[in-house]
Write a protein that binds this ligand. Structure first.
Ligand SMILES: C[S@@+](CC[C@H](N)C(=O)[O-])C[C@H]1O[C@@H](n2cnc3c(N)ncnc32)[C@H](O)[C@@H]1O
Length: 273
């Protein structure tokens, strides 16, 4: 069956690339073997590109469980999502549940529900790995996007997509000559207090950014096409000074203050081809 409507990210994700996907797509190599996205998050580029063969990964277990449930049990997930209520007391009851004690479907349903109804749609965990974002008080959040779940599911089943929940380094080891690797790690903070880097209890530090730059170079040596997104800071530009660096206009990261939403050249794309 031909899919007419394109899939789109099924969660709102901090650092999600939907608003710059039109810029990204123009940078994609015209031909490649496997598409590899080691920090997939909401998968904005994956769903725009719709590669026939891909490896996707994220360290966030809740997110990856949701991908797997959408792939394998979309109808059960839709049924479960329909039971949720956009009410404050109910929200905190669901938030308090331990995801490890839920079935995969209930766990994905809780995760998507919290993402749609929490403040700013920002996934954040405390040092114990618990989701700790307050209720968002939205009037009509779209808790169940039935059509999109079905379309995402169809895509994940018709294309050859391998899904991992691992550290990005493990997945980068799988890349071969001719593969296209899109690296979208947590941003290097623009200022000490501004940016969001903690998607899970594990932070992504400057040491991690340096290790990632080494892996970028390794992928380059292997003959992969590599694109990396990051924030436009001197530190990041110095790590990739031997490569083409494009400064791009983007809205600031999820930020409730209007001032924080102005467009600025706050992001870079780094390419090896
Ligand atoms: C900037 S977001 C990616 C956004 C994505 N491109 C999108 O459009 O939604 C970075 C992602 O990296 C993941 N992450 C953080 N540390 C990681 C690690 N060590 N290995 C793999 N994924 C990691 C986070 O969970 C987060 O989903």
């Amino acid at each position: 069956m031909q899919t007419i409507v394109k899939p789109k990210p099924f969660v709102k994700w901090a650092g999600g690339k939907r608003q710059i996907v039109d810029i990204l797509i123009k940078e994609v190599p015209p031909e490649f073997n496997t598409y590899i996205e080691p920090f997939v998050g909401g998968g904005a580029l994956l769903f725009e590109l719709l590669p026939k063969k891909a490896i996707i990964n994220d360290v966030n277990s809740e997110l990856i469980n949701a991908y797997l449930v959408i792939k394998n049990f979309p109808e059960l997930l839709i049924k479960s999502l329909k039971k949720h209520k956009n009410e404050e007391e109910y929200y905190y009851k669901i938030r308090a549940l331990d995801p490890n004690k839920l079935s995969p479907v209930e766990r994905a349903s809780r995760f998507i529900y919290l993402n749609k109804t929490c403040f700013n749609g920002l996934y954040r965990e405390n040092s114990n790995g618990q989701f700790n974002v307050p209720f968002g008080k939205y009037k009509t959040p779209k808790i169940v996007d039935e059509e999109n779940i079905k379309i995402v599911s169809e895509y994940l089943n018709t294309a050859d997509i391998t899904i991992f929940n691992s550290d990005y380094k493990e997945v980068c080891k799988l890349a071969k000559k001719g593969d296209f690797v899109y690296l979208d790690p947590p941003y290097h903070p623009l200022s000490k207090t501004s940016s969001f880097t903690k998607y899970t209890k594990y932070d992504f530090t400057e040491k991690d950014q340096k290790e990632l730059a080494e892996i970028f170079k390794e992928l380059d040596r292997k003959g992969c096409y590599v694109i990396l997104s990051n924030s436009n800071t001197e530190f990041i530009k110095s790590l990739y000074k031997d490569y083409e660096i494009k400064e791009i206009l983007a809205n600031r990261a999820i930020n409730s203050k209007a001032e924080g939403r102005k467009k600025a050249k706050i992001e870079v794309l780094i390419k090896n081809f």
